[in-house]
Design a protein around this ligand. Structure first.
Ligand code: NDP
Length: 250
């Protein structure tokens, strides 16, 4: 059991990559908090998972754009689970639109969730983990954090920001025993891609040398590795989980 007795928070944990990560952590002996929007399926998912494994599974309503909710998420988790050993900073939204048509509100909304939200959660995690003298934060970036793509200015700006913010946080937190890494998924078969038609999906599949979309569990396994003590000498990196997408690019 790689996460025996550990306490983990996963933002955006009600769906897709986040939910798979919660399930993998529970399978490996951790207690896990599904942190997601009020009204999401997080409460029912947590109720289904709680009791299936040795660890507890809780749902906490948390919008990562709201500092008070983020701070309360960590305070409540410490109260109920005794600490926070690992965080998957995973909540995020997509956004494809011609840049000349994007409003300030649309641009800032993506930045607020996908970049500022990651910072709010990381800051709250650092405060708890500094007190503990240990912890692992894993931020969800993307292949679009290291490569550009048409009609995704806000999304790529946010994910690129996550990649470099991860480096800065890692350097800053290292003396306190806290590791900070990121994951860069390729296209993963989750509800985030639901809006795409078959031709668009095939186009995305063709971008991956392994010839398919990724599965949520494959990203969850990378999170599990970075969160666990197996990655004890790894900090400041972005681990690509992309079926070879970035391998042929420079
Ligand atoms: P999902 O849409 O399945 O899951 C994202 C979750 O985040 C949802 O439950 C969503 O709730 C929640 N969420 C959205 N906004 C907020 C918020 N303000 N506060 C808290 N939770 C919120 O997507 P994925 O699992 O695919 O995405 C997870 C992460 O992976 C994201 O950061 C995404 O950018 C990244 N990623 C995904 C890729 C893919 O191809 N799927 C590729 C590369 C990166 P709701 O459903 O109600 O909006």
């Amino acid at each position: 059991m790689r996460m025996q007795g550990k306490s983990v928070i996963v933002t955006g944990g009600a769906s897709g990559i986040g939910l798979a990560s919660v399930e993998r952590c529970l399978e490996e002996g951790a207690s896990a908090v599904i942190a997601d929007l009020e009204g999401s399926e997080g409460a029912s998912r947590a109720a289904e998972l709680n009791g299936k494994h040795a660890g507890t599974c809780l749902f906490k309503a948390c919008d990562v754009t709201d500092t008070a909710q983020v701070d309360r998420l960590f305070a409540d988790t410490v109260d109920e689970l005794g600490g926070v050993d690992a965080v998957f900073n995973n909540a995020g939204i997509g956004g494809i639109a011609p840049s000349d048509e994007v409003s300030d509100e649309e641009f800032l909304r993506i930045i607020d969730i996908n970049l500022s939200g990651v910072f709010r959660v990381a800051r709250a995690a650092l405060r708890v983990m500094y007190r503990q003298g240990s912890g692992s934060i894993v931020n969800c970036a993307s292949i679009l954090g290291v490569f550009g793509q048409s009609q995704t200015a806000a999304y790529t700006a946010a994910k690129g920001g996550v990649v470099n913010m991860t480096r800065s946080l890692a350097i800053e937190a290292a003396p306190q025993g806290v590791r900070v890494n990121a994951i860069g998924p390729g296209y993963i078969d989750t509800p985030l891609l639901e809006a795409l038609d078959d031709d668009m999906l095939q186009g995305l599949i063709n971008l991956h040398p392994l010839g398919r979309l990724g599965r949520s569990e494959e990203v969850a396994n990378a999170f599990l590795f970075l969160a666990s003590d197996e990655a004890s000498f790894i900090t400041g990196t972005t681990l690509m989980v992309d079926g070879g997408f970035t391998a042929g690019k420079s």
